[in-house]
Design a protein around this ligand. Sequence first.
Ligand code: ARG
Length: 483
Amino acid sequence: MAGEAGEGTKLWGGRFTGATDPIMEGFNASIGFDKRLWAADIQGSQAYARAIEKAGLITGEESTAIIEGLNKVHEEWASGKFELQSGDEDIHTANERRLTELIGEAGRKLHTGRSRNDQVATDTRIWLRDNILVLRDHILDLTSVLVKRAIQEIDILMPGYTHLQRAQPIKWSHWLLSYAWMLKRDLERLDEIRGRVNILPLGSGALAGNPFNVDREFLAKELKFEGVTGNSLDAVSDRDYIMEFLFWGSLLGVHLSRWAEDLILYSTKEFGFVSLSDAYSTGSSLMPQKKNADSLELIRGKSGRLFGNMAGFMMSVKGIPSTYNKDLQEDKEAMFGVFDTLEGILQVAEGTLSTLKIDKVACRSALSPDMLATDLAYYLVRKGIPFRDAHSLSGGCVALAEKKNCLLSELTLADLKTVSPLFEEDVSHVWNYENSVNQYAVYGGTGVDSVTAQASNLTAWLNSAKAKYQNFAAQAKGGGSEA
Ligand code: ARG
């Protein structure tokens, strides 16, 4: 079999005489997935042509020929006309092969001083820093829906849970905003990660650096990187910028999975708080009465593969010696996989949330006076009883209601007085869910004042976060270094 394999135009073909086993050829090739880097690869190569012209390695005409040739390659990719050939091992090989076909000899000079090792690190960094902004926009959109709903539906009360047991009455909007805060932190983390991704490794060569003194600051500026890497060995072999992104994606997935799980529960007949629009749910092929929350189940389910990509790639990297090893080629499927999964999750989450209906009455009827047992204790605290004692006295009232087989709020004043003489007529004020919720007025609490303040702080933050990358081209500036 191996003897029959065809000779491709391999970049490293010089000292290899035997053919590659076709199975190995397929096993080795990354073009099937790294072709997504085509635009980033062309961008990097055009900047590199300018840099080697500046370093006196190619003439102005050669540089122009390369840049224009790459523009044609760009057009071919963009119009779907780029034809892959059997020897196109990866995107770097494919683009250079095509360039040389188009412009001849000058194309063979482009790679001077460069290696696919610094090239692939550059390409993935360009791709990731640009596509991070796509996810960023989706997170902002989803967060905006959470905040808008919270403002519009601020009056709705529902049970808050711990251990999935009814705990205390809260505002539905407080629940919504709890996830907005998580997403805010996810977005802030993403911005920090983007800063570390957006550092240029080009000029690191295969591992030792660049022997022709290419101007790396110039390259960084051309490619809108915020700085240059400080060590060539590190630059070609670490993929921490990808692993951070994979972890980040897993964490966002955990948040959205929990969010989905809450809504799955709330959409069951047992809770009945929300109903999903038909656009984001499906029926059962067997049971006509069913409406399944498939969108949310898929969000919950797909969060698993985010973690899988992170764990898988980290295992690939952990044992590799310095510097580049082919194991690192595994980075791309993990990175694209996490990106694609999150792009789907975030858009479906936004659609599901913006179209679901909340049943105000069902939420309210899920509240019961026993959820105000803490308030009963606070009543006694306000009369000067230490909380530990008040807690146990309130517990005595709960036990009494159970014994009398009535609601906690149905105990008469006389009943209550058997537990503590401090109970008076005004205890009736305790049995009011609105009052109960609004007493949590401290910032961060579920009271109306706090929720309003949260929503306005989040709105202000959303506006500044949206403005941050509005002028992306102007924002991403060259210069600086990883010092
Ligand atoms: N396709 C390769 C990758 O993704 C490009 C780098 C190849 N470098 C090498 N020394 N074989 O990692």
